[in-house]
Structures are given as structure tokens and as C-alpha cells.
Design a protein around this ligand. Structure first.
Ligand SMILES: [Zn+2]
Ligand SMILES: [Zn+2]
Length: 351
């Protein structure tokens, strides 16, 4: 189970940098192994230190707040690797052109990245949301610890490549002979061959399993962004690195608001008497209702701005605006009396 760093330091999630520092100093003084000789003090101190390392670094804190951790039962993988922050790169990689993380080569075959499509509402995008998703992926086989060999047996050297993991192939062409070095097809580069396969995974070292992963979706997100959960993809084979899980975000169309970046547009139809005489109307916002005062003489197509009532800015501070676009409805199906009044109105205005 992942640790709650806020709980360890005894501060709320809203705590500022100063409060976090104060809490850390107080706890560190109390639990420092030089001072505190109780058993477990050193572990406690380590835990406090770890929590502070993350929460005092704005970048790491954001990662932690965004991704939280893999939920209970996630066991097999970290979901969030604190030793590999660099690997995260930019969390908000765009669909295309996002920089690929440098994958450490560790021998064997790396696990595949996985894609998960998540649809959220505009309200979710407005406030930010934490969702638990269930993914099906390959994890290391617990029986053989990913080696693929029956416990108690060891793999033998690969006969095809002699343990090097690579094979040379000579190609004869009219221009001469070329040597090509490729990954050994028998052992996939591991240099070893399983002689007594593990019965749980049939020698592959991996089993399919379902895991629940908590994904923190930051406020202000829009369709076209993806969130990366490091190492939550398929497990690697024969010592390869696990792949990552990419959560692709889709924000559902909202029937009330049109979104343009951080700005929202709401279309409000008013009657022509409201436009001519002025009125107060209720309009929806993503934080409840607001009142729009329509001044007398408002023209069709007028814009009214509600400052800061748009979507949160994904990067940086503040919110976009909410624009109310006013459209005037021309009355239809007039009764004789209404028509007479409008004729009179027109005469009075010399129209
Ligand atoms: Zn196994
Ligand atoms: Zn081989």
C-alpha cells in the first residue's frame, strides 16, 4: 500500500510550503536516531524524510498529488516510482509530439505500454477528479518470481546463442558477405533457456492479472491530454523493464457550455422586451447559478463576461472566463391585441 505523505507529516493537503517545513522539522527533531533511542525510530525518521523529500519539492509534490498511487491490491507494481522522477518527463504529453521517456535498458524484453481511454464530464474536468480504473495486464509470476523456471531449478545456457543473447547472421549478396547481429530468437536476448518451466506461467515468467489503479485527473484537463502512470503497463520479460500505462482523456460534450481552452461560452436567449427594457436572468455556471443583469437596450449578439468563472488553467493559476452570448428571440404567433400594440409602438417611433 502506498504511504500517505500528508498523513506522515500530520499536515492537510492544503498545507503550504512553510507549514510542511515546520511539521518536518518538529517531527525530525523528535525522531532523529541520534536523539530517539526507541526501536523503530530510525524507520520512522526515514519515513518522515521520504515524505518531506516529496512534499517540499514542487515538482515531486505535483506528481504525487496528480498520480497519488496505485490503490490497495496493486501490489505487483509501484504505479508511482519515487526513485525515478526523471523518467516521468512531462505529465501532460500531448497526443503527438510528446517526448518519449528514456527507457532504461536492462536486458530481456521490456513490457508493453498500455492505453486506457477515460471519459469524464466537464464538471470533472472543472474540479479535477480521482478515478479508480481496473486494468488487465501482465505482471511478474509470483510462483517463479518472473524467471519462468520451476522453483528450485535454474535455466540453462541458451544453445542457440551460447549465452550471449545475440546471433550473427551472414548474408551473401553480389556485393559481398554482410554480417548482421540480431537478438537471439530462441531466448529473446536473455542468454538463458528455461528447461523446467514454471507451471503457473508455463515458463513465460508473466501472468495476466487485473489491478485497480487510482488516477488523479488534474483540474483544467481537456480532451487530447494523456496521463502517464509509470510502470503500470505490462511487466517485462526476463528482467526487462515494465511498460507504462497511458490514460487518454476524453471530456464529454456539455449541452450548456461550449469550451474554448479555459474559456466557456453560454448562449442565453432572451425576449425582445427583456432586451429593450432590461431584466435580470439566471444563468448556470460550473459552480452553481449566477445572475446576469441585462441592461435596457441590449442588442442581439452582445457578450457579457463573468470573470474567472471559466475552467481552471491546467498550468499556472486562475481560471478562464465565462462569456454569456445573448440572442434575442423575435416574438411569433402574435394575438390580435399584441399585434395592435406593436403597430402602436411602431407609430410612436415613426417606424
Ligand atoms: Zn512462473
Ligand atoms: Zn539465445
Amino acid at each position: 500500500m502506498a504511504k500517505d505523505y500528508y498523513e506522515i507529516l500530520g499536515v492537510s493537503k492544503q498545507a503550504g510550503a512553510d507549514e510542511i517545513k515546520r511539521a518536518f522539522r518538529n517531527l525530525a527533531r523528535k525522531h532523529h536516531p541520534d536523539v530517539n533511542k526507541e526501536t523503530g525510530a530510525a524507520d520512522k525518521f526515514k519515513e518522515i524524510n521520504e515524505a518531506y523529500q516529496v512534499l517540499s519539492d514542487p515538482h515531486k509534490k505535483q506528481q504525487y498529488d496528480t498520480f497519488g498511487s496505485s490503490g490497495p491490491g496493486a501490489g505487483g507494481f509501484g504505479g508511482f516510482d519515487f526513485n525515478n522522477f526523471e523518467g516521468f518527463g512531462d505529465i501532460f504529453d500531448m497526443f503527438f509530439g510528446g517526448s518519449q521517456p528514456a527507457r532504461r535498458r536492462s536486458g530481456g524484453e521490456d513490457g508493453s505500454d498500455l492505453r486506457y481511454d477515460m471519459t469524464i464530464t466537464l464538471e470533472d474536468a472543472f474540479s479535477g477528479v480521482e478515478k479508480e480504473i481496473e486494468i488487465s495486464h501482465y505482471t511478474n509470476c509470483q510462483t517463479c518470481k518472473g524467471t519462468g523456471s520451476k522453483p528450485g531449478t535454474t535455466p540453462s545456457r541458451c544453445a542457440t546463442c551460447g549465452g550471449t543473447g545475440q546471433v550473427r547472421r551472414t548474408q551473401r549478396t553480389p556485393l559481398g558477405a554482410f554480417q548482421q547481429i540480431t537478438t537471439c530468437p530462441t531466448c529473446q536476448g536473455a542468454g538463458e533457456q528455461v528447461t523446467s518451466p514454471c507451471s503457473a506461467c508455463h515458463g513465460s515468467g508473466r501472468v495476466k492479472a487485473s489491478h485497480k489503479v487510482k488516477v488523479k485527473v488534474p483540474a483544467g484537463i481537456d480532451s487530447g491530454y494523456r496521463l502517464r502512470v509509470t510502470s503500470a503497463g505490462d511487466a517485462g520479460r526476463k528482467g526487462g523493464s515494465p511498460g507504462d500505462l497511458y490514460v487518454f482523456i476524453h471530456v464529454k460534450e456539455d449541452h450548456r457550455f461550449e469550451r474554448q481552452g479555459a474559456d466557456l461560452i453560454y448562449k442565453k436567449t432572451i425576449t425582445f422586451t427583456q432586451a429593450a427594457l432590461g431584466d435580470e436572468v439566471t444563468i448556470p455556471t460550473l459552480e452553481g447559478q449566477a445572475t446576469l443583469r441585462i441592461p435596457a437596450g441590449t442588442q442581439s449578439g452582445s457578450n457579457f463576461r463573468f470573470k474567472g468563472k471559466g475552467m481552471p488553467n491546467l498550468r499556472g493559476r486562475g481560471h478562464g472566463e465565462l462569456y454569456v452570448l445573448v440572442e434575442i428571440e423575435t416574438p411569433q404567433n402574435l394575438t390580435a391585441e399584441q399585434a395592435e400594440l406593436l403597430h402602436k409602438f411602431a407609430r410612436l417611433r415613426n417606424e
